[in-house]
Write a protein that binds this ligand. Structure first.
Ligand code: AMP
Ligand code: GLY
Length: 427
């Protein structure tokens, strides 16, 4: 098979490395890809959000299967367009991707079908939202732009003044554009967070191994929110009992709810969960693989990923046994100094040979080729994943490689996995 992967970050690199292991695959293409991905796939300069461009590329290279990884093309209907053009594709259609594309949709879905989530109210104008927050007078509170906002559409104000300013920025200044036409104001929940990605063909749902993201830029969960600075898998808080409870109260009800709404979800459904004192609740749904969760989950997958993608496409997922390794995995992200604000690009990266290093898997997120050398080209530059018999071993391997990979002003968190290690001791 010739497989085309749409996207160009660390998550797409992790998908490509796994697809490369498939006995069914002879060739992998990627658009747009990046410098490091070009060692593993032929990269084409077509933007991941250019639906017509991707359909034309699939025709030109005669792709047998297309994997659409990022949220925006899924929400915009790229899988619909590929299917209409006769291509088999992995990912939900637009009418199901709305589960990530609109927080108002997903919150209303959970309320209607009794799926545990934070209490909330929806607003379509700033005055009413501000009046509500003032009257309620409970802080911190949580304010979410309805639509996609590059993962930055959630603010957690500690005071009324902060909340008022945030609401105005989203709804009046439109810092996230049309995504801020509506907002959700919701109850602030507490508890450990767990990411669970799940394969589903709409009939059957098979959760992957659990993981934990580290979203803040600095150690100790300080600093600004980022796309994710590192991940570990498994997540020690996600015990077998909690997994069973989530299956019964969240995962199955969600796919049933989507079917009942005539929006069957096929692909990877991401559950961002919080394990609150009142039980697990959904913080967010994503309609795709998480980034950088994929970088610790897929290395543990033993089953041929193309068998899974085809089973989802043919709606025969229930017949497939999916196997995982017992290893622990850790991914430490190396970012450009300054990220998530502004940062320089084009800095030479040293310590890699053909984009990789022995003992770890280096997933490239923001790299480009400059002649024969690899240079930085994004905020998150690399994700360095290692496997180990336990989390400590995986973390040690990953960090020892991270120390030896270099570019000017590189930034990484020194405490990835620390919370998980402490939890293992406490539980
Ligand atoms: P999201 O973009 O929806 O993943 O939200 C970003 C982060 O905000 C989450 O990972 C949580 O840490 C936090 N968050 C979102 N919703 C809530 C909530 N209702 N209560 C507490 N924290 C939240
Ligand atoms: N790591 C969080 C996300 O992919 O949205």
């Amino acid at each position: 098979m010739k497989v085309l992967v749409v996207g160009g970050g660390g998550r797409e690199h992790a998908l490509i490395r796994k697809i490369k292991e498939s006995k069914k695959v002879s060739e992998i293409a990627c658009c747009p890809g990046n410098g490091g991905i070009s060692y593993d796939a032929k990269c084409y300069p077509v933007s991941a959000t250019d639906t017509d461009g991707v359909v034309n590329l699939a025709k030109e290279i005669k792709a047998d299967f297309v994997v659409v990884a990022p949220d925006d093309p899924l929400v915009a209907g790229m899988v619909d367009a590929l299917n209409e053009a006769g291509f088999a594709a992995f990912g939900p259609k637009a009418n199901a991707a709305v589960i990530e594309g609109s927080k108002v949709f997903s919150k209303n879905l959970m309320l209607k079908y009794n799926i545990p989530t934070a209490e909330y109210k929806v607003f379509d104008n700033a005055e009413d939202a501000i009046a509500y927050v003032r009257d309620k007078n409970e802080f911190p509170t949580v304010i979410k732009a309805d639509g996609l906002a590059l993962g930055k559409g959630v603010i957690i104000p500690e005071t009324f003044e902060e909340a008022e300013a945030g609401i105005k920025e989203i709804m009046q200044d439109k810092i996230f554009g049309e995504s801020g036409n509506n907002i959700v104001v919701e109850e602030f929940l507490t508890g450990p967070e767990v990411s669970v990605l799940a394969f589903t063909d709409g009939n059957c749902i098979k959760p992957m191994v659990s993981s934990m993201d580290h979203k803040r830029a600095l150690d100790g969960d300080k600093g600004l929110n980022t796309g994710g600075m590192g991940t570990v898998s498994p997540n020690p808080y996600y015990t077998e009992d909690i997994a069973a409870e989530c299956m019964e109260k969240i995962f199955i009800p969600t796919i049933n709810a989507m079917n009942a709404e005539g929006r069957t979800f096929k692909g990877c459904l991401y559950f961002g969960l919080m394990l609150t004192p009142k039980g697990p609740k959904v913080i967010e749904y994503n309609c795709r693989f998480g980034d950088p969760e994929t970088q610790v989950v897929l290395p543990r997958l033993k089953t041929d990923i193309m068998d899974i993608f085809e089973a989802i496409n043919n709606e025969t997922l229930s017949e497939l046994n999916i196997e995982w390794s017992d290893d622990a995995a850790a991914c430490v992200v190396i970012a450009s100094g300054g990220y998530p604000k502004s940062y320089p690009k084009g800095l030479e990266i040293t310590g890699l040979e053909n984009g990789q290093r022995d003992g770890v898997i280096v997933y490239h997120a923001g790299t480009a080729m400059d002649g024969n050398s690899l240079v930085t080209s994004g905020g998150r530059v690399l994700g360095v994943t290692a496997l180990g018999t336990d989390l400590l071993e995986a973390l040690n391997k990953s960090y020892s490689a991270v120390e030896k990979i270099d570019f000017e002003n590189k930034h990484f968190r020194k405490d990835i996995g620390q919370k998980a290690l402490n939890a293992v001791k406490d539980l």
